[in-house]
Design a protein around this ligand. Structure first.
Ligand code: NAD
Length: 293
């Protein structure tokens, strides 16, 4: 039976545009109240107004996901406006800067870690007590296919997305007893402005050092723009999320055409176990019981 979302409340980060906006609209159309949060206040306000003009229930809150105090305030604002919180969608994310290891800028790497990884921790930590209070609900972490294996020249992005998948797996086990369903949304390319993420970089991450090699940057950003442009629509993705929640899916995949590449990684990992089984040094551990705490 389809989940009845009506009258429930979701907080969605990065809701001003792209995937966050599409999810806000889809979930609001299912009858939810949406606390739409974003660092880009002007775009956010226009987006919230467009939902309200469509007769949907939405409210705006300025949020930089790298600031825990702001997350606490957003959760309080959602409770105040709508009475309770049943869902958080940790969607805000940035694409990072393409580059080789020698060119990697520490300040911009930290920006990607803070937004894509710490932002997800902060959102989950701030919202979980409220979702527990409401008797349960959902935490949806927006990861990426890039979290299913390291992507060359896009290290901060793929590393943080792998972390989001891992955090989701940990919390899914921890919070099941509290009736909280935790999912990782792992799309491949979606038509949004992710390749223009530098537009929202906070001053605290602006570097005195070059962002990278101009040639590599030009090539990398150009390739990213073309890939994003080839992607699916964020509206289709939002419908797929509802379908996956109705079917209690922990990993929400949107691009079945990536199956072979993920399976290839699984095969490499399986081969690594085979290599260990064949190693005279560690083969004797094969049938040892796994100690669990
Ligand atoms: N577009 C894709 O191809 C794709 C693929 C896989 C995963 N994703 C993920 O989807 C999520 C949404 O990205 P999108 O594609 O819609 O990109 P987008 O750039 O169109 O939207 C991102 C939104 O996040 C907001 N944001 C950025 N930094 C923020 C911060 N510090 N605090 C609060 N809000 C902030 C931006 O203002 C923007 O509204 C990201 O986590 C991204 O990594 C995107």
């Amino acid at each position: 039976m389809a989940i009845d979302f009506s009258g429930k409340t979701a907080i969605i980060s990065g809701a001003a545009g792209g995937i966050g906006f599409a999810l806000s609209k889809e979930l609001a159309s299912q009858g939810m109240n949406i606390l739409m949060a974003d660092i880009d206040e002007a775009t956010l306000n226009a987006s919230v107004e467009s939902l309200i003009a469509d007769g949907l229930s939405a409210k705006a809150a300025r949020l930089d996901v790298t600031d825990y105090a702001q997350w606490e305030s957003v959760v309080a604002q959602a409770k105040e406006a709508f009475g309770a919180v049943h869902m958080v969608v940790n969607n805000a994310g940035v694409g990072g800067i393409p580059g080789k290891i020698e060119e990697t800028n520490h300040d911009t790497f930290r920006w990607v870690v803070d937004v894509n990884m710490m932002g997800v921790l902060f959102g989950t930590q701030a919202a979980t007590p409220a979702i527990k209070e409401a008797g349960g609900g959902w935490i949806i972490n927006v990861a990426s296919m890039a979290g299913m294996g390291g992507v060359p020249y896009s290290v901060a992005y793929s590393a943080t997305k792998a972390a989001v998948v891992s955090m989701t797996e940990s919390w899914a086990q921890e919070l099941k007893k509290d009736n909280i369903w935790v999912s990782a949304l792992c799309p491949a390319f979606v038509k949004t402005r992710i390749h223009e993420s530098l537009r929202t970089m906070q001053p605290k991450y602006k570097s005195e050092k070059p962002l990278g090699n101009p040639e590599t940057l030009k090539k990398g950003f150009g390739a990213a723009a073309a890939l994003v442009e080839s992607g699916i629509s964020s509206e289709l993705l939002a419908q797929r999320v509802i379908e996956a929640l109705n079917n209690k899916q922990t990993y929400i995949f949107t691009h079945p055409n990536y199956r072979d590449s993920v399976q290839m990684r699984a095969q490499f990992l399986d081969k690594a176990f085979e290599d260990a089984e064949n190693s005279p040094l560690v083969a004797h551990l094969k049938d040892d019981e796994i100690v669990s705490l």
